[in-house]
Structure formats: C-alpha cells, structure tokens
Design a protein around this ligand. Structure first.
Ligand code: 2AM
Ligand code: CA
Ligand code: CA
Ligand code: CA
Length: 263
C-alpha cells in the first residue's frame, strides 16, 4: 500500500531543500536560454532543481513516475500508479527579471487522484501545502474554506494579453469580466495564482493555456478549500495535456462560466 504520509513528509523536505538551493543561487550568475521563443525562458536553475527533485524521488521511490517541465523525468501519458508532476520553477520570467513571484510546484497523484499539493514561494518562505482530506495550509496555518464572493467584490488573476486581440480566445468574452470585477492582477506564475485563490488573495484565476505541471499541485489545494477548477468551458482538466484553465471560489466560478464564458 502507498504510504502517502511518508511521501508527504519527504516531498516537503525535498521542496524546502530545493528552495534553499535557489536562495543560495541568487549571488551567482544565471545562464539563460530561450525555449520556443525569446520570451520563453529557461535557466540552469530550472534544470538543476528539476534534476535535484527527480534524484531524490528516484532514490526513495524507484517505481514512481515523474512528469517534469524540463523533461528529465519520464514520458507520462497516463496516470496509473504514483505520478509526481513537477514544475521546478513556475514563473521563470519573474525569477530572471525580479527574483520573486516564482514557486516550486509539486503535485503527487495516485491513479489519477490528487493526494498532495506543494507550492513553495521560495523568496517569501511561504509553503502552500494540501493533503487529500486533511485540508490546505500556508506554512502551518490552516486555510479556511472559501466564502461565497460576488463578482463586484472579486479580485481575479488574469493576464492583460487575453483582454487584447489574441489567437486563443475572443477577447470580447473576457473584457466584460474585467470591467465588472473589483480588480485584476497578473502575477505570472500559475502555481502561485492557484495558491492565492486557495488562500483567498485572489477569488479566481483564468488563462488560456497551461500544462499539467503548472496546475497539478494547485488543484489539490483548491479542492481542499472547496474551490472549483475546470477548463474555460467548464470541462474536466486533463493532467497529461495542455488545457485552458479556470479556477475559483465555487459560486463565482459558476457565475463567470454561465453568464460570461459560455454565452
Ligand atoms: P513557467 O514559468 O514555468 O514557464 C505565466 O503566465 C505562466 O504560464 C507561468 O506559470 C508559466 O510557467 C506558464 N507558461 C509559460 N509558457 C507556457 C506555455 N508555453 N505553455 C503553458 N504554460 C506556460
Ligand atoms: Ca517554462
Ligand atoms: Ca510553469
Ligand atoms: Ca517552469
């Protein structure tokens, strides 16, 4: 039988150690490369942290599979068994330009069910953590279930790009939402934006394209505080492919979906 409590303890420790490696790296110079385009960055630290975590996992749990953004894990096309879904640095552009607003994200799934979510804001030393059925926490502070929020009082995470003409969505669907809510924020780290929804710093977050490693940990957190997550058209998220992504407090999520996005 899978010992989820043991996995949880180890995962927490390894994520904190990885955070320490990142903090200690701030004085040394970064090597920055482009991936698909000049705005799509990857650094030596993204690679080093992914390799560090994978090394630890493989040593303790050789039969677990690992899906990681930088490709040092396994080719994962289904979620049988235990699968670790890892983003070593979520918010690489922020890491490079700001040395803040980035996180390590680790989601751990068993036969497709999310058991553990860890999102570590390294610079602020804030570890968001959820364990299936036991709630979500920021460091040792339990996160309360999300309270109902009206659109007029909502602060949502969204990138300005989706409110201008773009190739993924009709911006005329999005701009009425931006006009109606109390405020919008764009942090540039999907994992942190999920953690902020789980902790009530944001009421919803939506975006047009995320990979599983961006949201795998976030989903466990959101589920433990009673929030809702789906694609932008209200369907179930797929954890082995790219998705549109929409997460929020339950009633706000439902309101935005029925009154704005599915019109
Ligand atoms: P990253 O920093 O790990 O690449 C930025 O708005 C958010 O989108 C970050 O979470 C970023 O993750 C993610 N992101 C950047 N490029 C992406 C892509 N091509 N596909 C999916 N997510 C991406
Ligand atoms: Ca990336
Ligand atoms: Ca990411
Ligand atoms: Ca990343």
């Amino acid at each position: 039988m899978t010992n989820w409590k043991e996995i949880d303890q180890k995962a927490k420790q390894w994520v904190k150690e990885a955070g320490e490696i990142i903090r200690n790296s701030f004085d040394s110079s970064l090597s920055i490369q482009y991936k698909s385009n000049p705005n799509d960055l990857v650094t030596n630290m993204d690679k080093e942290i992914e390799q560090y975590l994978i090394g630890k996992i493989q040593q303790s749990y050789p039969d677990h599979r690992i899906l990681g953004e930088e490709g040092y894990g396994d080719e994962v096309t289904s979620l049988e068994g235990v699968v670790w879904i890892i983003d070593p640095i979520d918010g690489t552009m922020n890491f490079v330009h700001q040395q803040r607003n980035f996180a390590i994200s680790v989601g751990i799934y068993g036969d497709g069910i999310g058991y553990i979510g860890l999102i570590y804001d390294v610079v602020h030393n804030e570890l968001y953590h959820a364990f299936k059925g036991e709630g979500a926490f920021m460091n040792d502070l339990p996160l309360p279930k999300l309270d109902k929020v009206n659109i007029e009082e909502a602060v949502i995470g969204i990138s300005p790009i989706w409110v201008t003409e773009n190739k993924r969505i009709d911006h005329n669907l999005i701009s009425p939402i931006v006009q109606k809510v109390r405020g919008t924020r764009s942090y540039g780290s999907a994992a942190l934006e999920c953690a902020y929804v789980a902790s009530g710093r944001l009421d919803a977050y939506l975006t047009m394209r995320l990979a599983p490693w961006d949201f795998a940990a976030g989903l466990v957190l959101i589920s433990e505080v009673g929030g809702t997550a789906s694609t932008l058209d209200g369907n179930k998220l797929n954890l082995v492919s790219k998705n549109t992504f929409f997460v929020g407090e339950k009633s706000l999520h439902n309101h935005l979906l029925t009154e704005y996005l599915k019109k």
